[in-house]
Ligand binder design. Structure first.
Ligand code: 6PG
Length: 234
């Protein structure tokens, strides 16, 4: 198995945020020039805050750009756990206030039905997405592909046709909605954004042999074909 992804290393998180925002902006700008519009899928969690702020100041034809989520905790957008809330507060600001936003959360009676509604909304965006930005947890999860997740095998199946699946797992906290592997890894460009020595060690382990069910980030790292770059700072 040959896994050879470009690793971009930075002195600190600020330098990484600036470079990642520029890379994403350049890809979105090119997509708008070539195809008239662009779709960007972003992750939540704690790591994206700085590049969200940097990206929000980029001058782009934001009215032609749609931002969506890689995954979502199944909580209303008023919750501090909501990725939609994070994106609205940090990314859909400044220049990027004009961007379109399509979230994953909807107040369906349960997360299974929520996934169906979210699949319809995501399906309307068309594929492939132009850019997907992933994070990673210390357990090797990415998106809401959690080890032990009740729909993990289906979500990381390369031939999965559903855009969104529900996910419940011990390490996940609340139930989640997640884009499936082909939606994410089939994007024209995928960035994996990780910070800290511990996550670098997890990544190095994930690049070795072993099952994607144990370290689900492997499903992305091993997807073919994929254009993936890693952005890392200590
Ligand atoms: O909603 C989420 O939790 C995510 O999209 C998730 O996949 C995240 O990227 C990782 O858990 C890393 O999270 P941190 O950046 O908080 O370490």
């Amino acid at each position: 198995m040959v896994i050879d992804h470009k690793l971009n290393s930075f002195a600190d998180g600020d330098a990484l945020a600036a470079a990642l925002a520029s890379t994403v902006a350049e890809r979105l700008g090119t997509a708008c020039k070539e195809r008239g519009s662009a779709v960007l899928a972003v992750s939540g969690g704690t790591t994206p805050a700085r590049y969200f702020k940097a990206l929000s100041h980029k001058r782009l034809p934001w009215t032609n750009i749609t931002i969506t989520l890689i995954d979502e905790r199944y909580v209303p957008p008023t919750s501090d756990r909501s990725n939609e809330k994070l994106v609205r507060e940090l990314l859909l600001q400044n220049e990027a206030a004009d961007a379109n936003f399509v979230g994953l959360y909807n107040p369906a009676p349960n997360v299974e039905q929520g996934a169906k509604l979210a699949s319809e909304a995501i399906g309307r965006l068309g594929r492939p997405f132009d850019v997907s930005v992933l994070g990673m947890g210390n357990d090797g999860h990415t998106a809401s592909f959690f080890p032990g997740g009740d729909h993990l095998a289906a979500a990381i199946a390369p031939d999965q046709t559903a855009p969104v699946l529900p996910m419940q797992a011990e390490g996940a906290g609340e139930p989640r909605l997640t884009l499936t592997l082909p939606m994410i890894a089939g994007s024209r460009f995928v960035a994996l954004h990780i910070e800290g020595a511990a996550k670098k060690e997890v990544l190095d382990a994930a690049l070795g042999e072993g099952s994607a069910l144990d370290m689900p980030i492997r499903a992305v790292l091993r997807y073919e074909p994929i254009e993936l770059e890693i952005f890392w700072a200590p």
